[in-house]
Design a protein around this ligand. Structure first.
Ligand code: PEP
Ligand code: MG
Length: 755
């Protein structure tokens, strides 16, 4: 037997992805494995969550009982031996082994199996089941077959584990995408394809009159312009002004010189209009795709979308009018912002796209419309999905096809609870975040783009606790000038003129790459990030500080925050530069107040110098995202080690507690602006630790406020004390979950349960 192991593993893995459900995927696997290694039978046993027995999930054997009825008790037989030892077993004759391995054969099938090969299926340290191959002959399997089965079971483990995660229905199959907008929905999948295929256009020279092609092109541009304007109008009530600007971006491309101008030039030089369009669209899209910045890469999809729309008009085969059901979940290989805009907004309940990321325009729109979205979903079985009922979980990016009644019921309940909660939470926007015994916590917003301002104001954010100024830097093609920055910062300060805005100075580096300031590093998270880069480039730092200070004239609600501080000298140096910028501006007769200056505590070394650092700053803000990453030595963006990235790790909680205690002792303002602030499980702990303010994304703010208003500070302190004594994050989470449920906030922790 010779075969390409890698190719076969890949082939099997792909066939799982394209199977409509878990059972069919498993059935396909056993058949393919048996064929690949010349086995006479192949079976998969998975551990039953409840009984912990091995349950036969799929087999090529002809059994007298249904597969699901077959269980092997944990501890019994060869299967248990493989599981216990966690290693491969390759036997000449399983019948001779005292532990034996028996499945009930169909009586008509008088066969006995001897050769036996089994491997454990283990995902991230957890045993999920055992894969078994058998032969009728008395012989071991070849070494090649052993390698194949070991590789395959490692590969299969993550697919199987994904499917097993659902608690209510362990054998539910799902597709995994990038969560791009939160929320859950059960709805009808409507599959849409790009209206016309540019790549099928042949390249040839013009055969008719050039003027005819120019006229046809101008008409198509006019028609597309009209349809974009119509879409923008249709969504005018649902989108903020900022989000509507996305359609202006489309129009700018449509009429821009690099698009329209270039195509006209090509037609005039003798190219057929359709091939001129294809060539310009492809070269513009390629340009964007080659950019480092993921936001700019996504613009390639806008260009292609516009190209297809123009082509559809040139071919006069506009997309057929779709009938969208009341619970439409738009699905497609590449959903674009304009496809989304074609669905009446009151019918659009979710978006799933084979391409794209959380930065795509379509994701931005989905978030603005408050509907769940999953992007970048690999192997979407589009033909099986159209007009079928599906579940989209925007919290995890999971899509369940043909969901079981149990799963459907729990998601419908979750969706209903979310709706109820959202509407009751809305009424909280003008209420203070005050505990039952009168402790006030300031809840402010994390923002990055101007578009984030409006949602923050809507939910009643008391200022901005973290303005990630690198975000606007990331979507430009060069460093913004001092004046450009001033205008931008002024908008933010003005929008929150009654409260404080904490502007974090440029935290570039890590995964936040400026496309025009290329830094090539092996290990960017441990590299030239944040304050390190700024102190090496005081000219960049000073321009930003000057812009912030000038933007604050007359408003005086600015606070400046320094990221990635790892030692005291960085604070001192940065403060000197800030003072220098301030004095320069005073000399220019600007009437500004010296803003409060604070630091982020997100690098462990800063904790050990905190006492000294506190003497130089007005406030501190815990960056729990990076603090977790650096304390636990876990890359925050690496999916493989995601399970080690745990903000509820006892050491992380201890570190935050130390920071909180010291800061309070020095009577300095204490805030936290990492993702932990928006996790309901953490609220009780953070209140108990004495945080004065928490800063989070706008969507999370109402529920955190709801919790704070329903608990007392003294209870929080008690819970904190107990938690700090625990030594496992799993027990900590369970305890916090139970505490929240007891306090009447079960609805908030349920999403954790389903996912
Ligand atoms: C953090 O590290 O917790 C933080 C808020 O900063 P960022 O996520 O932007 O690194
Ligand atoms: Mg950080």
């Amino acid at each position: 037997m010779t075969f390409n192991i890698l190719e076969t593993v890949r082939d099997i893995s792909e066939s799982i992805a394209s199977s409509p459900n878990f059972k069919q995927a498993m059935d396909a696997i056993v058949l393919k494995i048996a064929a690949a290694i010349d086995a006479d039978a192949c079976s998969i046993f998975l551990i039953d969550e409840e009984t912990q027995d091995f349950s036969l999930t799929s087999t090529t054997r002809n059994l007298s009982l249904n597969e699901g009825q077959w269980k092997i008790r944990r501890g019994e037989g060869l299967i248990s031996r493989v599981a216990q030892r966690g290693e491969v077993l390759n036997l000449e004759d399983s019948e001779k082994d005292p532990l034996n391995f028996e499945l009930p054969l169909n009586e008509e099938e008088d066969l006995s199996f001897h050769g036996f090969l089994a491997t454990p299926i283990t995902h991230q340290g957890q045993l999920l089941g055992v894969l078994v191959a058998e032969k009728l002959t008395r012989e071991k399997f070849s070494q090649e077959a052993v390698s194949f089965l070991v590789m395959l079971s490692a590969q299969l483990a993550s697919d199987i584990s994904n499917a097993l995660i659902s608690e209510n229905d362990p054998q539910t199959f799902f597709l995994a995408g990038i969560p791009a907008s939160s929320g859950v929905v059960v709805g009808e999948a409507i599959v849409v394809y790009p209206p016309a295929d540019l790549n099928s256009i042949p390249d040839h020279k013009i055969s008719s009159d050039i003027d005819d092609d120019i006229n046809a092109f101008q008409e198509a541009i006019h028609a597309v312009n009209q349809s974009i304007e119509n879409m923008s109008k249709a969504l005018a009530h649902s989108l903020s002004h900022e989000d509507q600007l996305l359609f202006n971006a489309y129009l700018q491309i449509l009429h821009g010189n690099s698009f329209k101008g270039e195509i006209l030039k090509k037609i005039r030089s003798g190219h057929w209009v359709q091939s001129a369009l294809k060539s310009v669209v492809n070269s513009m899209a390629k340009n964007f795709e080659s950019m480092e910045d993921i936001y700019l890469q996504e613009r390639a999809s806008d260009i292609r979308d516009i190209g297809r729309r123009v082509l559809a008009h040139l071919q006069s085969n506009e997309a057929t009018i779709q009938n969208y059901p009341a619970d439409t979940i738009l699905v497609g290989p590449e959903i674009t912002a304009s496809m989304l805009a074609e669905v009446p907004s009151y019918r659009l309940k979710g978006v799933i796209s084979g391409q794209g990321s959380a930065n795509s325009h379509v994701s931005i729109l989905a978030r603005a419309l408050n509907i769940p979205a999953a992007m970048g979903v690999k192997h979407l079985p589009l033909s099986l999905m159209d007009q079928k009922e599906i579940i989209l979980d925007g919290y995890t990016g999971r899509i369940y096809l043909e969901p079981s009644p149990i799963l459907k019921r729990s998601y419908l309940r979750l969706a209903e609870e979310e709706r109820e909660m959202q509407s009751s939470l809305k009424s909280l926007s003008d209420q203070p975040a005050e505990t039952k015994d009168g402790k006030l916590i300031k809840l402010s917003a994390n923002i990055g783009l101007i578009a984030d301002i409006d949602p923050a104001i809507q939910v009643g954010a008391e200022g901005v606790g973290l303005y990630r100024t690198e975000v606007p830097f990331m979507i430009l093609e060069r460093f913004p000038s001092e004046e450009e920055q001033r205008i931008l910062y002024r908008q933010v300060l003005q929008a929150f003129s009654e409260s404080l805005v904490t502007m974090r100075v440029l935290d570039a580096g890590g995964d936040k790459i400026l496309p025009y300031f290329h830094i090539e590093e092996q290990n960017p998270y441990l590299g030239w990030r944040g304050i390190r880069m700024l102190l090496d480039h005081p000219e960049i730092f000073l321009i930003q500080i000057r812009a912030m200070l000038r933007a604050s004239v007359g408003l005086n609600n600015l606070q400046i925050m320094l990221p990635m501080i790892s030692k005291l000298s960085e604070v001192k140096e940065a403060k000197l530069l800030i003072r220098r910028a301030y004095e320069e501006l005073q000399k220019e007769n600007l009437d500004i107040e010296m803003p409060k200056i604070g630091v982020m505590i997100e690098v462990p070394s800063a904790i050990f110098q905190l006492e000294k650092i506190l003497q130089y700053v007005d406030f501190i803000s815990v960056g729990s995202n990076d603090l977790t990453q650096y304390l636990l030595a876990v890359d925050r963006n690496n999916a493989r080690v995601e399970r080690f990235y745990n903000t509820f790790h006892p050491s992380v909680l201890q570190a935050i507690w130390q920071i909180a205690k010291l800061t309070k002792q020095h009577h300095k303002a204490l805030s936290l602006c990492g993702e932990l602030a928006s996790d309901p499980l953490a609220t009780i702990l953070l209140v108990g630790m004495g945080f004065d303010s928490l800063s989070m994304n706008a969507a999370a703010l109402p529920r955190i406020k709801w919790i704070i208003r329903g608990i007392s500070f003294t209870d929080c302190q008690e819970v904190l004390e107990k938690t700090l004594k625990m030594d496992r994050s799993a027990s900590i989470k369970r305890y916090l979950q139970e505490t929240l449920i007891d306090a009447g906030f079960g609805g908030l922790v349920r999403p954790h349960k389903i996912t």
